[in-house]
Design a protein around this ligand. Structure first.
Ligand code: FAD
Length: 337
């Protein structure tokens, strides 16, 4: 299990960078964590990786890298209406979504085809197509890297926000998430309001969609819009959609009447970062071995020989340009190491 020869992480990060980890430790169970903590292998400086689909590696990893491979699907509670299921943190996210969809347990179907592992899903409260994990989340179990104890976090303790949680703030680098429990519905409510889901269902003549129909539609849309990391290295959306004041929005709209927006509150509004980047002329731009995807300006890509540093420099140039052109600071969604 303990590998202290350098290990290439090329196949463990969706940008496909050939970064080396000095020490890689595969974690298969909570006992593995406890035993290695007692043996003083694991401590607060240890790093954690799941599917590597939200990490930008800019240098080799010198710290001990813990790879989460904790499996398991456990039914915790069940009523006529709902089912609570806890998944091991190392389970593949899309696999567990399909498992729920195939059992007609609703709640995760709009999150189909998001890469990565279950254990990372609460970190940034993954979301897509009008749904976030906070909508079905019940609790999670996490190993405290400082005390060596396993702790349970309920919904409010996770402090979920838009692509945000306690684990990106006060709890950053402090916990290894081992299990996540979701409450799913046996009488699923269909959510087709967002994006092109309804249009795809209409095209197919589906008038009474099931969650399987919704999942299939989401998969189809994602495959048509987002580059497949197996073909073109990327980490999905690189920046968060910024939230700005209504007055700021109205000012931008004067010069850009086509700007899209999503209401947030009476005084604030969210604008698509991809739209801003596209308007600023970055869409499809190639810089050295990296660039901005030609179909989706929010996605930065590695053309094969690129490095994490090139992506970081490109991201900083985009941030500077958007600040100058729109007076908006773009926040990076991806974790930079
Ligand atoms: C093509 C593509 C599309 C994407 N689309 C979406 C989308 O629609 N919505 C969305 O929200 N995200 C999206 N993402 C981002 C990514 O898939 C998610 O953030 C996913 O949850 C990351 O999971 P992972 O296992 O790959 O995490 P990793 O990249 O391995 O890790 C991400 C961060 O979480 C930490 N971490 C990982 N596992 C654990 C754990 N068990 N305990 C504690 N910390 C941990 C890591 O240390 C790191 O800081 C997309 C990515 C790609 C490549």
């Amino acid at each position: 299990m303990f590998n202290n020869n350098f290990t290439s992480l090329k196949n463990f990060n969706t940008f496909g960078f050939d970064i080396q980890a000095k020490n890689l430790l595969v974690i298969k169970s909570e006992t593995d964590l406890i035993d290695n903590f007692k043996a003083e292998n694991i401590n607060l400086s240890s790093k954690i990786i799941g599917g590597g689909s939200n990490i930008l590696f800019t240098h080799n990893v010198d710290e001990l890298l813990l790879k989460n491979e904790i499996e398991g699907i456990n039914i915790i509670a069940e009523t006529d209406e709902t089912i609570d299921i806890a998944f091991g943190g190392g389970e593949n996210w899309h696999k567990i979504v399909l498992y729920c969809v195939n059992n007609n347990w609703g709640g995760l179907e709009n999150l189909s085809l998001i890469p990565g592992c279950v254990g990372a899903s609460p970190i940034q409260n993954i979301g897509a197509y009008g749904s976030e994990i906070k909508d079905t989340f019940q609790w999670l179990k996490a190993f405290n890297l400082k005390t060596g104890e396993l702790e349970i976090f309920n919904h409010s303790q996770c402090n979920f926000g838009y692509r945000d949680s306690y684990f990106k703030n006060e709890g950053k680098n402090l916990y290894f998430i081992t299990q996540v429990c979701f409450r799913l519905s046996k009488n699923p409510k269909i959510n087709v309001q967002y994006g092109d889901i309804q249009a795809i269902l209409d095209q197919k003549g589906i008038t009474h969609p099931t969650i399987k129909n919704v999942s299939d539609a989401v998969i189809e849309i994602r495959q048509s819009k987002l580059p497949d990391p197996a073909v073109l290295g990327n980490c999905g959306s690189f920046f968060k959609n910024p939230v700005i004041s209504l007055s700021h929005f109205e000012k931008i709209k004067e010069n850009h009447p086509s700007i899209k927006s999503f209401p947030v509150s009476e005084t604030e509004i969210k604008v698509p970062a991809g739209w801003l980047i596209e308007q600023a002329g970055w869409k499809g731009k190639k810089v050295g071995n990296v660039g901005v995807h030609e179909k989706q300006a929010l996605v930065l890509v590695n053309y094969g020989q690129g490095t994490g540093l090139e992506i970081k420099i490109l991201a900083e140039s985009i941030q500077k340009d958007i600040l100058e052109k729109f007076t908006i600071s773009l926040e990076i969604e991806v974790n930079i190491w």
